[in-house]
Design a protein around this ligand. Sequence first.
Ligand SMILES: C[S@@+](CC[C@H](N)C(=O)[O-])C[C@H]1O[C@@H](n2cnc3c(N)ncnc32)[C@H](O)[C@@H]1O
Length: 252
Amino acid sequence: MSNRLPDTVRRMRGMARYALLRLSGDDRTHYTRDYRRLVQSLIAQYPLDEAMSRAVGGLYAEMGQLQTQVLIDAGLADGDRLLDLGCGSGRLANTLKDRVAVEYLGLDIIPELLAYARTRAPPSYRFVLNTKLTLPVTDERFDMACAFSVFTHLQHEETFLYLSELARVIRPGGRLVFSFLEFRAPEHWLVFRNAVHAVSESRRVHLDMFIERSVIDLWCSQLGFEREQFVGPGDAGVGGSLGQSVAILRRT
Ligand SMILES: C[S@@+](CC[C@H](N)C(=O)[O-])C[C@H]1O[C@@H](n2cnc3c(N)ncnc32)[C@H](O)[C@@H]1O
């Protein structure tokens, strides 16, 4: 319906909602500011489904299927409790619901993405706004947690804080699965070159942070995780086709 409105009206409506969000929300962090700006500008430019897909990197159905398979391969099973950190517009939840019967909690920093995700998932799935680097859940609550394309947008210190929280909320023996960018992968090098170009023109949309495998191993030893597997682009298994590398960690 809103797609039929003239461009100027749509843009003004987007700006008004953005102003309201700024007044009501926590805009102190770079990630909240960056993602709000991105999501608002996509909503102003595209029909809702397309905006919500673009906001999380596109290929909504295909990526959801790949992410679901990565989690199943990492051991996700019926009855498990899953935390989806940075769940976005529900790309994973939308596919997961048809494959595994889990108790699901999705956390994200952007209300519009969470609102859309709710429309793509069963009522039993919970979606909660959380803009802090702490997790609003009790200790050892989850069998598995995942963060797809989230630590790629955070500084290392912020990721470390989240990882220490994830170590708290995943039960011993549970798994953490997350995707990351690394310099050793030629496919990721292009992301870096594009980011360099964007910075040189002062038009970077958000941080594209790389994490080296040695750093992840060091963090594991500090935080009580054991690294089970890294899957890079082109490696066997579905994780190799995600566009980012995947780390599968076990809570010790
Ligand atoms: C590229 S999208 C990926 C979304 C989703 N994981 C997926 O793969 O479809 C990155 C997501 O991370 C969220 N995000 C950014 N900073 C965050 C933070 N500090 N905590 C939680 N989520 C964050 C964004 O709002 C966005 O939904």
